[in-house]
Each structure stands twice: as C-alpha cells, then as structure tokens.
Design a binder for this molecule. Structure first.
Ligand SMILES: [Zn+2]
Ligand SMILES: [Zn+2]
Length: 652
C-alpha cells in the first residue's frame, strides 16, 4: 500500500500502482471526469500513470495552467495523428502548447497545406477524438527509439534523440500515432470536444533562417463547444480592440524607424493619459505614506554588480557605454537606485517603514522578434516603489499594497483578477533559494494570510519563487476575457544585505530591513495597452485625452462656442471646438470615431437659451442643459473617476 497526501493535508491509503485518475474516481466520478493531469510529488504526471510510492497529489483541471497546457499539447498529438492519416510520410518536429492553443511544426515534403486542408484535418481530428483513445506512455531505450525513427525515416525526431540518454526517453501513443515525447498528456482523446485549426504558417527548423522552412499549423481546442464559440468570439472582439490599431486611430502613441524598435513615442493624447494615471498614483501613494524620489536613467557598472543584475541579467540590459574609463548602463530596474537613497542617511527603526516611490523609466533589451506594440517594449515607465520595513511591519505593509491593487481594480472596472503566489521549495534552500528557512516560512504565511483575509483570489505555485523571496504575479482579465500580466510584487530578503542596508533596531543593534517591490499599475506601456482593449478605446471621462468636443452647427455660433470653451477650460475640462465647415451630422460621426465622451451641439436655440445640447458617446442625445449644470456633472464624474463605461463584447 502507499500513502497519498492531498492538498488539505488528508492522507489516504491506496494499492501500490494506483493512478491519479483512479484516486480521483475514489473521491467522485465528477472529479475524475475533470482531471487532466496531476501534480505528483511536485511533478506534473499523466493522470493514468501508476504511482508506486508514497506521494503528495494535486489534481489539475482545465482551470489550472498546467491542465490547460497539457490539454493543448495533447491536442497537438491528436492533430499530428490526423495529419499523418491525410499526409502519409509527413515528418514532425515539435508541437508545444502556446498562449492560446498549440502548434505542430512538420515537414510535408513537396506537399502544401491549404486552408481547405485545415477543414479536412478538423473533421479527422473530431473523428479520432470520438474514438476516445488513451494516451499511453512507454519508456524505451535509446537504441530502440533510434531504430523506430530510422525505420520511419524521420530525421527530425532522430535529431531530438541525439540530445537524450537512456532512461529519459519515452514514447506516447494514441490510436495509430506514436510520438517521441516526455509528456505528460491528458488521459484520452475523448476529452477534446471542440477543435479549431486557426492558421498555417512557415517556420524555419529550430528558428534558424539557414535551415529548411517547415509548415507550422496552429490550433486551439476546448473541453466544450460553448467554450470554443466564446473563444472565437473573443478573438474577433480583440481584433477590433487591438491596442496598436486604436493607439494609431486615437493619436496615442507611434513608433518611428529613426527612434528604434520597441521605443514608443507618446503623442499629446497619450501624454494626457499618462499624466492622469500618474496623478492617480501620486494621490494614492501620498495617502499611503509614500515619499517620491527621482533617479538618473544610467548608473555605473558597479551598482549592478552589487545588485547582481550583472552578470545574471546582462542579456536583458542595453550594452554599456564607456565614459572616462568607466562603464555605464541604462537602468533596467529602479530598485538599486532606491536602495542607494535608503543608504544615504543613517536609519533607525523609527524611520521605518520607508516607502520610496517613482514613476521610473527603465530600458530593457527585448529581442526584436519579441517586441509587440506597447506590450513588449524596450523603454518602459514603471509605477514603482520599494518599501523598507521590519519583520513586524511586514504584514500591514503587504496588506496595504494589496488594498491599493483592489482600489485600482475598482476604479478601472477590472472584475476578474488573480494573484499568483510563487513559493520556495524547502529542499532547494541555499541553491535555488536564499538560505533563510524561517523568513521564507514567515513571509509566505503572512502573504497568504493577507490574501485570505482580504478575500483576494489567489493561487499558490510551489517552487517558483524568485531567488530572494516569495513573489506575487498579478494577472488581470480585460472586459472581453483576455488575460494580461499586470505586475509583480516581490518580497526580498537578499538585496538589503547585498547593499548593506541597515537600521538601528529598538535594542540599538543594526538590522537589515525587509524590502517589498511593488508596481500596482505596472508600466504605462502595458497598462495603457490593456486599457485601450478593456475600454475598446472609449476611455472613461477622467482619462479621455479630449473630454468634450464642441460642435457649432455653423460659423455663426463660433463666438458662442468660444465662450463655452473658455468656461470649460476654467473648470479644468479638456475641450476642443470642431470649427470645420462640415454638416453637423458629419461632425458628430467623426467625434464618435475619436471616442470623445461628450459632444456639445450649438445652434440658434442653444445660443438664445444660453444652453448646450449634450450628446454622450454610445448613449446619444441627453437633451439641453445650462452650461453650469453640464460643467457641474462632468466635473463630478471626473473627480470620482467614474469608470462604469467598460464596453463588454458587442458581438454577443
Ligand atoms: Zn507530447
Ligand atoms: Zn524593485
């Protein structure tokens, strides 16, 4: 018999050789139907793999990243089986899961894969899925594996085998298809209920342009048809809300060849959004007892040697420039600069917690192929701060950081979010993790406690912490259900010591502070990219670069329009006049396209009555108001930072 320990600590006995799937079944059939893979003793295993020793077990389903990835990777095998039946003699390279589905790279010889073929493949995949074939794992010697693929004439799998040794080679088979793969996979093909092959593209073997061009087929699968339908609809909507498209149409940012890839230029409309976000952050941080600092964009090599960014992080930094015989680097993180500010004056426990904040500009070297709109850039502005505190203060400080996130989520109408808490692994202390067993345990418990007490949705990920402390990645979902990584909070036991940061404690002894790194609004780049998609470009009034457009029906009312403009400006409302010689209908349509929240239509009646006719983006005509009344209600909306205008999918 073996002892199986469940996540809640319960222990039950099972026959040696029992599988995770059988264990799930012993709990409930419903659970067993959902299990895709299982975490067995810290490793993700096939749910139908026999367990021969005592183990801790966690079932992984569609809701878990590993569950989903395994589902998609297994779908790549299913697709390969379908391809092999329609294109006999095809050779396969690799078929990993990706962000939204999977792909498989293949060599079709002289044949070409067409859009029409994708339809045929989908049909074949559905047929094979219905056969509900099990994914069967088999350990195999290198000699036999090489023999198998030599007989098959597949030089790609032979290439993969070169890097593998006896004892680490496994084959997986389902139906008539066998693949070299380390696994794991889902129990059987019948779990794949909805299939869409989305794209065919060329991809050089091993990503090297000197190699042969292979065919890459992308697909996505789901456990239900409903989820696939929703996914395809979301993709359509995401295309409409693409931040690169909206950023251009709304004059928010641009890229220029002479500036360089990954270096966005923020245009006047973008600069307004940036300023509004910064003033929100400043206000919030001031309330939270933060102090603002300003630091240079470059620093000497020695700073980054102390911090450890050099040499470990060197690949992500811009190459150094040499000045007076000393190497300077563009800063890729603000932390070391802030640590130097902490160290600049002696500190006692009475100075803590010290919270240093800066919207810091950082430069990172991202590979050209990785750059993507505002999401992956080489220059970024981070809503950064570092909190230096004692162990006793840690709980309250972390809780306040968490509350700041929740406040922002409310303002921006972010309903779905999850904190991903990465923990250490006790066996790897002193190797992968700094050797501070007590601090790890204490802080992890405090962080968990905050998340539980504040009802913050979170998941725990074992053995994925940073070297210097537990980390919390913040995942958010846009109004159309797309997931974004917003920011990372980091608890840090190491940097304080590396920089010899100290405070005098109550017993008059030197002590190293704990450091919390936090950036709730992430970077301007990523957050504004997110907001454009989230709001479909229809930013709430407080964030809108132009809040009110004044539309005189003809030149005759320009004088009145200017008076209104003057009043709005005096009330700090961002307004413009459309003084083109265009029909009012066209002016309204054009303003709608620019997604400006309010329009004021001015004609004879409005001028005589000293009123304005108000139109609201997306809501139409709101009727006539006095100017003061309009200014009063818009000012209140701006002040409260109303954000209820999130536009959820309009396709539905
Ligand atoms: Zn596989
Ligand atoms: Zn930091």
């Amino acid at each position: 018999m073996i002892n199986i320990t469940f996540p809640d600590g319960a222990v039950r006995q099972y026959e040696t050789g029992t599988t995770s799937l059988e264990i799930a079944k012993s709990i409930s059939e419903g659970l067993a139907r959902k299990v895709l893979v299982a975490n067995v003793n810290g490793q993700v295993w096939d749910a139908n793999r026999p367990i021969n020793q005592d183990a801790t077990i966690k079932f992984l389903t569609w809701g878990d990243a590993e569950g989903k990835n395994t589902f998609w990777h297994s779908s790549a095998h299913l697709m390969a089986e379908a391809v092999e039946s329609l294109f006999p003699g095809v050779k396969f390279w690799v078929g990993p899961p990706v962000e939204n589905g999977f792909y498989y790279d293949m060599d079709l010889g002289d044949r070409k894969m067409t859009e029409e073929d994708l339809g045929k493949l989908e049909k074949k995949m559905n047929e094979l899925a219905k056969q509900n074939n099990a994914y069967q794992r088999r350990e195999i010697s290198k000699k036999d594996a090489v023999q198998y693929f030599s007989d098959k004439g597949d030089e790609y799998k032979l290439d993969l085998l070169q890097g593998l040794q006896d004892g680490e080679i496994t084959f997986y088979s389902q139906g008539n298809f066998t693949d070299l793969c380390r696994g794991p996979h889902i129990p059987s093909t019948g779990l794949i209920k909805a299939i869409k092959l989305t794209n065919v593209a060329g991809a050089y073997w091993k990503g090297d342009e000197h190699n042969k061009m292979l065919t890459r087929v992308y697909g996505v699968t789901f456990p239900t048809q409903k989820e696939l339908d929703e996914h395809l609809q979301m993709l359509e909507e995401a295309k409409r809300r693409d931040h690169r498209k909206l950023g251009k149409e709304l004059g928010i940012f641009t890229f220029d060849d002479d500036i360089g890839p990954g270096l966005p230029l923020w245009m006047p409309n973008g600069a307004v959004i940036i300023e509004e976000l910064e003033s929100l952050a400043k206000e919030t941080e001031e309330d939270g007892g933060y102090k603002r600092v300003v630091t240079p964009h470059i620093a000497k090599e020695s700073l980054y040697l102390t911090s450890g960014h050099l040499p470990y992080y060197q690949d992500s930094m811009y190459p150094p420039m040499e000045l007076e015989g000393v190497k300077y680097y563009l800063k890729s993180m603000n932390c070391p600069h802030h640590h130097k500010i902490f160290a600049a004056q002696p500190k006692s426990y009475k100075d803590l917690p010290l919270r240093l904040a800066e919207y810091g500009t950082c430069y990172r070297y991202e590979q050209s192929g990785e750059l993507f709109g505002l999401m992956r850039v080489r220059c970024l502005h981070m809503n950064d701060a570092h909190i230096y505190c004692t162990k006793e203060q840690f709980y309250d400080e972390f809780r306040a950081v968490n509350e700041m996130y929740l406040k922002y989520f409310k303002i921006f109408g972010i309903d779905k979010y999850v904190m991903r808490l990465s923990l250490h692994s006790a066996e790897k202390l002193g190797k992968k993790y700094i050797d501070e067993p007590e601090l790890w345990k204490e802080t992890e418990e405090l962080v968990r406690d905050v998340l539980i007490k504040t009802n913050t949705p979170y998941v725990e990920v074992p053995d994925e912490a940073a070297f210097y402390g537990p980390k919390i990645d913040v995942q958010i979902w846009s109004a159309i259900g797309r997931e974004f990584t917003l920011a990372t909070n980091q608890v840090d036991f190491a940097q304080g010591r590396r920089f010899k940061l100290e405070f005098t404690n109550a017993d008059n002894k030197p002590e190293t502070p704990l450091i919390i790194h936090r950036a709730p609004l992430g970077t301007h780049e990523r957050f504004i990219g997110f907001l454009l998609e989230h709001y479909a470009g229809k930013l709430p009034v407080w964030l809108a670069p132009v809040q009110v457009k004044i539309l005189p029906i003809s030149d005759k009312y320009l004088g009145y329009a200017n008076t209104i403009l003057h009043n709005l400006k005096k009330a700090d409302i961002r307004a413009e006049i459309d003084d083109r010689n265009e029909k009012i209908g066209k002016k309204i349509r054009d303003t709608e396209l620019l997604k400006i929240p309010y329009m004021l239509v001015l004609g004879e009646k409005e001028m005589t009555d000293e009123k304005v006719s108000v139109r609201r983006q997306g809501k139409g005509d709101l009727g006539a108001r006095s100017v003061d009344e309009f200014i009063g209600s818009v000012s209140a909306e701006i002040k409260e930072r109303h954000g209820e205008d999130v536009q959820v999918s309009t396709v539905a």
